[in-house]
Design a protein around this ligand. Structure first.
Ligand code: 5CA
Ligand code: ZN
Length: 409
């Protein structure tokens, strides 16, 4: 699939900082040392009800990871998927009486537009589940042939007991896992499974549903977790730096992905850091497709809201926090954008050197964007109250805010 156009990232004076980031697996901060090419996999959308502000907040977090790495003069090898075939997508298409392919294409196109407007840097490889099927089939065959997977009425299940490291990503106990499995696409109550948590790797063709040639697996379609493992291993290989997504992906999705990869390669972990963004809520509940309590980026854009303000609204919250979208959040962001734009509209101002370092330091410290915003606020207030004689300082601020925060002033 094609991704979306990249906005330019201005180079900044001085030196970027290495990223310390929270890893769910160890529940602590890790300092990543990616080498000259940093590798990141971010789980993409299931293309319906896109792009809501919860999605946008999560992609904003991983856009910051890229920007911190780019600031250290590294290249970033970024891969993202699109789950363009899965039960919830098919169910939505059925409910609305539309073709599932058309639904996926329309929503993916809208997502690309929203990401472009928000200045999210595109992945180098943007891969759909459907186009990944030829790479998924041999992995499932290998898992089955090595005894890590088994057949149940034509479907192939992964056996979580085949992985000695199972449970290390999320750190949850069996009861919590079972509850979340039922909520998040698993089928713990299906009779005949070796372990209720075992996830499907390959679903045999069902009447009236799309299916593909699966070689020795028979016709069918891939399970969700193996999709991301196949794409990540194909484009990044084992031991990449970050796997990212919202906190609702820690279990089962990232746990199962790590297990699949362990069974395939004998290695754990697939990613050096498992990084999870908090959940955005609306009216007191997590914004979710199933509840329908959604605010869309495209709705705000159509109403004339500057995408830079939407981005500032996201940045005002620490990526690991759960937070609530309200009208006030947007109003505050609009006011901040006005203040910043006024402050950089003059040819000179207070020195910006310290500010660039403050933004760098805040982001390198577990992507602390709110602290970075407060630092820019202080510079803008100083400009407003006293001005300054440093020629070009407003230009430096504009470039730093663009390069490190993705906000166009
Ligand atoms: N296609 C899979 C990942 S492989 C998927 O989870 N798709 S999704 O469309 O449901 O979600 C896309 C991303 O947005 C995921 O990282 C998910 O954790 C995140 N997300 C979903 N809802 C919210 C929310 N309310 N707040 C923050 N992030 C969210
Ligand atoms: Zn995924």
């Amino acid at each position: 699939m094609h991704a979306w156009p990249a906005s330019e990232v201005p180079a900044l004076p001085g030196k970027g900082r290495d990223l310390r980031i929270h890893d769910t697996s160890t529940d602590g901060l890790v300092t990543l040392d990616p080498g000259p090419v940093a590798r990141i996999y971010v789980c993409g959308i299931t293309p319906y009800d896109a792009t809501h502000l919860g999605h946008a907040a999560t992609y904003n977090a991983f856009d910051l990871v890229q920007r911190v790495w780019l600031d250290t003069k590294r290249q970033v090898h970024y891969v993202q998927n699109v789950t363009d075939v899965d039960d919830p997508l098919l169910e939505r298409a059925q409910r609305d009486g539309i073709d599932w392919v058309a639904l996926a294409e329309k929503e993916t196109a809208l997502f690309r537009e929203d990401m472009t407007a928000l200045r999210m840097l595109p992945p180098r490889h943007y891969i759909g589940a459907v186009e990944a099927i030829p790479g998924i089939v041999p992995l499932v065959e290998r898992l089955r042939d090595s005894g890590a997977a088994y057949e149940l009425e034509g479907d192939i299940y992964f056996s979580v007991e085949s992985d000695p490291d199972f449970g290390k990503v999320s750190g949850l106990d069996a009861a919590a896992m079972r509850l979340l499995s039922a909520e998040r696409g698993g089928d713990p109550d299906r009779v005949g499974k070796k372990n209720p948590l075992d996830p499907m790797l390959w679903m045999a063709a069902r009447e009236g549903e799309p299916s593909w040639d699966g070689g020795s697996l028979g016709r069918g379609r891939p399970g969700w977790h193996i999709e991301c493992v196949a794409i990540a291993l194909d484009h990044l290989g084992m031991g990449f730096d970050v796997q990212g997504g919202g906190s609702d992906l820690a279990f089962p999705h990232h746990e199962m992905g790590a297990s699949h990869a362990q069974a395939l390669t004998g290695e754990f972990p697939m990613a050096k850091a498992y990084v999870h963004a908090g959940m955005v809520a609306l009216h007191g509940e997590k914004m979710s497709k199933s509840k329908g309590n959604l605010v869309f980026v495209s709705t705000l854009r159509r109403a004339g809201v500057d995408p830079a303000a939407i981005r500032l609204a996201l940045l005002a919250h620490h990526y690991r926090a759960d937070w609530e979208w309200t009208d006030q959040v947007l109003e505050d962001a609009l006011a901040r954008l006005d203040r910043w734009r006024a402050a950089v509209s003059r040819p000179d101002g207070p020195s910006a050197e310290a500010l660039v370092e403050e933004i760098r330091e805040a982001l390198a410290n577990d992507l602390d964007a709110p602290t970075a915003l407060v630092a820019v606020d202080r510079w803008a207030a100083l400009q407003q109250e006293q001005g300054g004689t440093d020629e070009g300082a407003p230009g430096v601020v504009t470039r730093a805010v663009d390069a490190l925060l993705g906000v166009a002033l």
